[in-house]
Design a protein around this ligand. Sequence first.
Ligand code: ARG
Length: 461
Amino acid sequence: QDKKLWGGRFAEATDGLVELFNASVGFDQRLAEQDIRGSLAHVAMLGQVGILSADEVAQITDGLTAVLADILAGNFEWRLDREDVHMNVEAALRDRIGPVAGKLHTARSRNDQVAVDFRLFTKEAALDLADKTRALRVVMLAEAEKHLESEVILPGYTHLQVAQPILLSHWFMAYVAMLERDEGRFRDAAERMDESPLGSSALAGTPWPVDRHATAAALGFARPTANSLDGVGSRDFALEFLSACAILSAHLSRLSEELILYSTFEFGFITLPDSHTTGSSIMPQKKNPDVSELARGKAGRVFGNLMGLLTVVKGTPLAYNKDLQEDKEGVFDSYDTLSIVLRLYAEMMPKTVWHADVTRAAAARGYSTATDVADFLARQGVPFREAHEVVGGLVGVASRSGRQLWDLTDAELRAAHPLLNAEVAQSLTVEESVRGRASFGGTAPHRVREAIEQARTRLNS
Ligand code: ARG
């Protein structure tokens, strides 16, 4: 045990349990690289403005570079008694270069140090998840394109009851649209958090003539944060990242739920690849959609990470409070979770086989073209509400006798409404129904083609 870096005013050693409770090195060592980058920018600036001599800057820079090399090589002993990543690195620097290491912390506090480290990490994580979301977006778009050629038909559901037939490509494009916004949320968040808090010092700024613009630029930030209290005390950049993660997770969880249902024996719409499913230890026949179930389940922890940090920050007075040390694990966890889920889906979707005969047959069940019959009447001047009532009656007749709409006789059709005749049968096929929904954004093949082209243009722009 060496003396605490902050130990000057203490007469008694830290209680062991307090040390354990207080330490964050177990998880914040993940910020080591960002921490050393931050320190390198800080020390270079201290030299530029004349606070440290060129020789001191060189010694500290070389020392930090060597410490980073040790950490990356796994030759570094993380010590709990050194509390966190910042003091582990600084103590290791002192072990290496002696007392001059103590000059690194001039005009700096751990408060702005951790804030800059964590912003660097979160910004990189946001951009990385944006890229991974984009990769899945590309995969889903390719699937939409692939299934458009043969115009594969899928039942569209509301309330999980068959509603109207749609193109499978249209379904894929719905996810493409969600993923496009998800990607945008990560990029927006990265842009908004692109400010360096370094130089805010403990909370009030510093009397030293620091150049915050220089350190911000050296670290790749667009600018320094404008207010020192806000710079060290705010974590909304992490909240925004966690929100984007939560919304993306919700989308991936809905996708998962659909794939789980569609892969059941009862639906039989898809066959998931062997490489991305698992078996049962007792039931030899089982092939379980574990990837999708875990993706759905892990949405719970990703939501929890957002709620957790919102709750941590809500009661903290400005500026830094130790509560804020609780900001990191949730961000790491959401980042790791989504990194793997996005990659798995990007691999799994192209290997998933869709059974077009089954989906088409399912799309024809459940009176899915009843709206088309109502529209047939309305096109001939019957008020839509009245047409709705008439067709509802026909569905009742058919369902009570276990038949489909196209099984009804001419006489039954005419009895329901004089304008109904055999011609309506043309509106009853799922293909006609899909073709008819040609409004902008609708499921008609040429509209889906148009949507795919526009989505591709946006991807390439
Ligand atoms: N480990 C701390 C954290 O993650 C670093 C900042 C500590 N600052 C302080 N004043 N105790 O928040």
